[in-house]
Design a protein around this ligand. Structure first.
Ligand code: B12
Length: 225
């Protein structure tokens, strides 16, 4: 237990101090010593990145540091990710995810994507600065059950409303989940989204609950025919 905590702390500090070697060594040790890769990602790497966000807001860190920290986080993610148990949730479903037009913040989106991927979703990642119509087209092409929209700026968040409206017009059954720092429950309701979450853990829980309701409705309709 003490050793696991020590490794989580090393992952966190490695991200904060953009020490790629420290992160890689701690991530390798997590695997070799049989600790939980999922916890190492969330309690080590993501927790480090959250602290980096605070340092940026307090103007202790600036853009170059932020980018070095995220590089260190990805080094750890690449080592840990293959060791997460993909069958734990037993999900089948198609999800698309992307960061709304005008916005290049993708660290949070990538974490949400990993959660969904690991849970068993077939995830299509549209990347960052995604034109509003591209979400609609991709949903139609893939017949995705779930569309995940991420925005970290109030300006890009506004675009979510149009995306939701366009998708609901063409595919009323598709469910839409939104998130990112400026997004709130109230905004999700106002924009007509099916769900909102302020972190990746809850994003997955919310998605599972939305989709199981959808599947129940579909089953009932089918049964009543
Ligand atoms: C890192 C960062 C950057 C990096 C981005 C690197 C990258 N590849 O992502 C860089 C340095 C490039 C950057 C640039 C800019 N940034 Co910046 N940035 C941040 C910062 C410090 C941290 C964001 C982050 O990665 N957090 C860590 C992750 C893990 O958390 P997260 O993103 O919130 O994601 C979690 C949840 O939100 C949720 N979530 C996220 N997406 C989704 C999606 C769904 C569907 C769900 C359910 C959940 C979900 O789950 C995630 C995981 O738990 C924030 C401040 C902050 N504390 O938020 C400012 C911040 C977002 N940036 C800001 C600004 C203004 C900018 C710039 C305009 C600065 C400039 N003048 O150049 C540019 C914008 C460029 C652009 N067009 O996008 C502002 C936005 C203000 C606003 N409200 O509009 C912020 C809030 C800082 C501030 N207080 O001023 N930035």
């Amino acid at each position: 237990m003490r050793r696991e905590k020590e490794l989580l702390e090393e992952l966190k500090k490695g991200v904060i101090h953009y020490d790629e070697e420290k992160v890689a060594a701690a991530a390798e040790a997590v695997i070799q010593e049989g600790f939980n890769a999922y916890e190492a990602i969330f309690e080590g790497l993501v927790s480090g990145m959250e602290e980096v966000g605070r340092l940026y807001e307090e103007q202790e860190y600036f853009v170059p540091e932020m980018l070095l920290c995220s590089d260190a986080m990805y080094i750890g993610l690449n080592i840990l990710r293959p060791h997460i148990d993909r069958n734990e949730y037993g999900i089948t479903g198609i999800a698309i995810i992307g960061v709304v037009q005008g916005d290049v913040h993708d660290i949070g989106k990538n974490i949400v994507k990993i959660m969904f991927d690991v849970a068993g979703f077939e995830v299509h990642d549209l990347g960052t600065d995604v034109p509003l119509e591209a979400f609609v087209e991709k949903q139609l092409n893939t017949e995705a059950d779930l569309v995940c929209l991420s925005a970290m700026m109030t300006t890009s968040m506004i675009g979510m409303k149009d995306i939701i409206q366009m998708i609901k017009e063409k595919s009323p059954n598709a469910k839409i989940l939104i998130g990112g720092a400026p997004v709130t429950e109230e905004i999700a309701v106002r924009f007509g989204a099916d769900g909102y979450s302020d972190d990746a853990h809850n994003a997955l829980k919310t998605a599972i609950s939305i989709l199981s309701t959808l599947k129940e409705i579909q089953r009932e309709k089918h049964g009543n025919k």
